[in-house]
Design a protein around this ligand. Structure first.
Ligand SMILES: Cc1cc2nc3c(=O)[nH]c(=O)nc-3n(C[C@H](O)[C@H](O)[C@H](O)COP(=O)(O)OP(=O)(O)OC[C@H]3O[C@@H](n4cnc5c(N)ncnc54)[C@H](O)[C@@H]3O)c2cc1C
Length: 335
């Protein structure tokens, strides 16, 4: 498809591929980004809650914990120059009883250890003085002022646009089929795609839900991905100001739980569910899933106006078997 030799090929143009491409475009390198989709963002970066988390959720010492709070600060710095809609609206994790309060205290401790600014526990009454529509049953809440809402479409496009302005080439509808290695399997020679061979000595795997499959092409089977579906409702802008921040229940083993939040465009978002599935591309919604969304959201904000729903959607999380971000460089093959 091209005779060019690239220094680096990034597989996947979601938020990870796009931000990496922009960062690397500051160096004198020939860089290509490929994505199997016809348009970006297409994977999880297209369909999510669009929250820039504060960083209290992650276990101290994990890669997520190391990246979340600094990433939050970096997003706030870059949003202006890159013209990305971002609002620092803060987030609350809500507790209903003594058991939940213990959980909030654990999150508070994690937040402090992870360097999250301004995190504190407030009473339900103090919360309702600021947010009158939340449940009267909420006894305490963890407040994290640095949580932000972002326009996730704009973010991916802005990072990728900037990378392209700096010379990065983007190839859409280009799916990696294999990583071609030298006979001794020590060096990367390039990648085989549906559109032909592309020569490079370095491949960066940012393929989201398919990242385990791409890793296997280089002989790395150290992790696997479990597709986990999250379903949502979006409500009309007329009710976009029902809450001014992100509201979460206490997290469980299944994740952060069903949130009620404004969107960057001033709609109201409720969801997501968290259901493991086989398919890596089925993003349909279901009657049961959407019922779970409404029931979960009404625990936090009882007056959720279902009649104001304008659409539903779902996204697929790439839940890694390592329970953390997967980040690293292979020794063999090098690159
Ligand atoms: C329901 C839900 C809610 C979430 N909420 C939040 C949130 O509020 N805040 C937050 O920080 N995170 C959230 N996340 C997680 C966040 O969306 C992801 O961590 C992030 O989008 C992952 O970005 P990515 O670039 O790794 O993957 P993706 O955005 O999935 O990008 C991967 C890209 O690789 C391409 N690709 C895949 N296979 C191939 C192949 N074989 N060849 C070529 N290209 C390929 C895909 O087309 C895709 O464009 C949520 C996720 C979900 C699903």
């Amino acid at each position: 498809m091209t005779d060019k030799t690239y220094d680096i090929i990034i597989v996947g143009a979601g938020i990870v591929g796009a931000t990496l491409a922009r960062e690397l475009s500051a160096y004198a390198l020939e860089i290509a980004v490929i994505d199997k989709a016809a348009d970006i963002p297409s994977g999880a970066s297209r369909a999510n809650s669009a929250m820039i988390h504060a960083g209290y959720d992650d276990k101290p010492g994990s890669i997520k914990a190391d990246f979340c709070a600094p990433g939050n600060r970096l997003y706030q710095e870059l949003a202006g120059p890159l013209d990305i809609t971002l609002r620092k609206c803060g987030s609350y994790v809500c507790g209903f009883d003594a058991k939940d309060l213990k959980h909030l205290e654990k999150l508070l401790d994690q937040g402090k250890r992870n360097g999250v600014p301004g995190v504190e526990i407030i009473t339900g009454d103090a919360l309702r003085a600021k947010e009158p529509h939340v449940s009267a049953e909420i006894a305490h809440a963890l407040w994290a002022p640095s949580g932000c809402i972002v326009n996730n479409f704009e973010a991916v496009l802005a990072f990728m646009d900037n990378a392209q302005q700096n010379g990065v080439e983007l190839f859409l509808e280009t799916e990696i089929q294999d990583i071609v290695l030298s006979d001794d399997r020590k060096e990367v020679l390039g990648i085989r795609t549906n559109r032909g061979f592309m020569r490079t000595s370095v491949v960066i795997n940012a393929a989201g839900i398919n990242s385990d499959l791409v890793a296997k092409m280089a002989g790395d089977d150290s992790f696997s991905i479990e597709p986990t579906r999250g379903e949502y409702y979006i409500m009309d802008k007329n009710v976009g100001n029902l809450v001014g921040s992100f509201f979460f229940p206490c997290p469980t083993d299944k994740g952060k739980g069903i949130t009620v939040a404004p969107t960057a465009e001033n709609n109201l978002l409720i969801g997501p569910t968290s259901v493991v599935q086989e398919s890596r591309d089925d993003t349909s919604t279901s009657v049961d899933g959407l019922k779970e969304v409404v029931d979960g959201a009404r625990l936090l904000v009882p007056a959720i106006p279902l009649g104001m729903a304008i659409t539903t959607f779902s996204g697929l999380r790439a839940s890694a078997s390592t329970k953390d971000f997967v980040l690293g460089v292979l020794d063999t093959p090098r690159g």
